[in-house]
Design a protein around this ligand. Structure first.
Ligand SMILES: Nc1ncnc2c1ncn2[C@@H]1O[C@H](COP(=O)(O)OP(=O)(O)O)[C@@H](O)[C@H]1O
Ligand code: SF4
Ligand SMILES: [Mg+2]
Length: 464
């Protein structure tokens, strides 16, 4: 595949604020047994105050990586360490706290903000949720939250589904046989009715555990529904008595954070998201992400949907906030040019794998992985003497992540592919200090001569 391994991860003694090891995210496709291999053995790390750029063409697993770090959904396997603590080891309360330190902003700012809420409500929502959590949950609420998913998972068990189906079929066959036997023998009974009765009794025995499960589930549900309002009352009264003080404090913090992102708080707070331009809405999303004073913000294509003139403003804002709030950024984009300007380190992804990692200047001047060079050659050059048609366009489709190519995942589009590439997955290794790539036949000086516009043709299909 296009690259596994952790040679590019820094030492844990460098205190990475975020460290992702061997992360795999797979989405099952119905009951077919097939899976979308969206992220396959990805490892990245992030030091305090650093911006890590993640770049790659659409569909290569960038957003899934970002979301899996946030555990929405949790990775299929692998570890995500936040400040040295494995997120999977946290209980529900600790996870909520950790999520406060880890925030995400998205590509389309307007649709990522709730259209029915005011800006004041949207930006203060994370504070409100955390404040409400401070009152703890009532016993029935806790039981409800634990019990419902448990019951749902029971009900999804194959054994239960199978016993219900077999039981129902046997029951109706038995009923039919019994009625038929009774009618044809005018109530005296015969062989048919005897078989029907046996089938019906058998079906009741098969269904008995399921019937008990239905009764017990319903009883617990009923008790919880009746008990919940009663237990919730003292908590509700306490919240009510403290709400005014909380709201005043929250409004003050919302005002400050909106000012910090360059939005006039007094005008914006009563308005709704659709009343803002894309750039302003993205500033509001950033304010919402900042309100809990996170340590890491994952920015998923934060400027891709914005006008070019606004893009620079938002990028400058993120850079400024990074210093002011002491945060680290994971910056996801499909555009290498944007990533270069903001990142301290760049990871290039292809079809769910990391294929190259390095400092942007080094990686852009001396790419080692053929895929990185293709991405580089697609960056437009503001030079009238350079014919844009000479650049290798990123064309052709990514192979399906349901059945990714064997060996190196890039081999079906790689002009340098050889037999080995189909047989053996390249492991990421260091080529220059701080510069890593996963390729059996990496680029060297002769390939860099003539700059990134030397171009490789992604349409060239190699099937070694
Ligand atoms: N919930 C999902 N169910 C099934 N497949 C998904 C899901 N989310 C993403 N994918 C697939 O995973 C792959 C990676 O998607 P994504 O992470 O969104 O890529 P990127 O952000 O790089 O464009 C794509 O093939 C996408 O179709
Ligand atoms: S040369 Fe081989 S290993 Fe390197 S990117 Fe191409 S296909 Fe992959
Ligand atoms: Mg995406």
């Amino acid at each position: 595949m296009a690259g596994s391994g952790i040679a590019h991860l820094r030492d844990v003694s460098d205190d990475p604020v975020l460290r992702v090891e061997h992360m795999v995210v797979e989405f099952p496709i119905g009951n077919t047994g097939a899976k979308v291999h969206a992220v396959s053995d990805v490892s990245i790390d992030l030091l305090p105050g650093e911006t890590m750029g993640i770049v790659g063409e659409s569909g290569c697993g960038k957003s899934t990586t970002g979301k899996a770090i946030m555990r929405v959904p949790p990775p299929t396997s692998g570890r995500v360490m936040l400040n040295g603590i494995d997120m999977a080891s946290l209980d529900a309360e600790e996870l909520r706290d950790a999520r406060g330190r880890l925030q995400m902003i998205f590509q389309d700012p307007i649709s990522s903000l709730n259209p029915r809420r005011t800006i004041a409500e949207i930006v203060s929502e994370p504070l409100t949720i955390r404040w409400l959590e401070g009152f703890g949950r009532t016993l029935p609420a806790r039981l409800w939250e634990d019990f419902v998913p448990m019951m749902m998972s029971w009900w999804k068990q194959r054994l239960i589904g199978l016993s219900v189906r077999i039981g129902l079929v046997a029951f109706f066959v038995g009923m039919f046989g019994f009625v038929l036997g009774t009618v044809t023998s005018h109530g005296d009974g015969n062989a048919l009715s005897a078989i029907g009765t046996i089938l019906m009794i058998g079906s009741l025995i098969v269904m008995a555990p399921t019937a008990v499960l239905v009764l017990v589930t319903s009883a617990i549900w009923l008790v919880l529904v009746v008990a919940m309002p009663f237990f919730a009352l003292p908590r509700w009264l306490k919240i009510r008595s403290q709400r005014a003080a909380f709201q005043a404090d929250a409004d003050e913090r919302v005002r400050k954070v909106l000012d910090d992102v360059g939005v006039d708080a007094e005008t914006a707070m009563p308005k709704h998201p659709h009343e803002f331009s894309g750039g302003q809405a993205q500033r509001i999303s950033i304010a919402r992400a900042l309100i809990l004073e996170p340590k890491v913000i994952i920015c998923d294509e934060p400027v891709s949907a914005l006008d070019v003139s606004v893009q620079a403003q938002v990028l400058n804002l993120l850079e400024d906030l990074k210093d002011r709030y002491g945060i680290s950024l994971v910056f996801i984009a499909h555009d290498l040019a944007v990533v270069k300007n903001v990142s301290d380190r760049v990871s290039v992804m292809y079809l769910g794998k990391v294929c190259e990692v390095g400092h942007p200047d080094e990686l852009y001047a001396r790419p080692r992985h053929p895929y990185t060079q293709v991405l580089l050659s697609a960056i437009p050059v503001p030079d009238p003497l350079v014919d844009p048609r000479s650049a290798a366009a990123i064309s052709g489709e990514l192979p399906s992540p349901i059945a990714p190519p064997s060996g190196c995942r890039f081999r079906t589009r790689c002009p340098r592919a050889q037999e080995l590439c189909a047989e053996l997955e390249p492991i990421i290794e260091q080529h220059q200090t701080g510069h890593f790539a996963a390729c059996h036949f990496p680029l060297d000086e002769s390939d860099w001569r003539g700059g990134s516009k030397t171009g490789l043709d992604l349409n060239a299909v190699h099937q070694p």
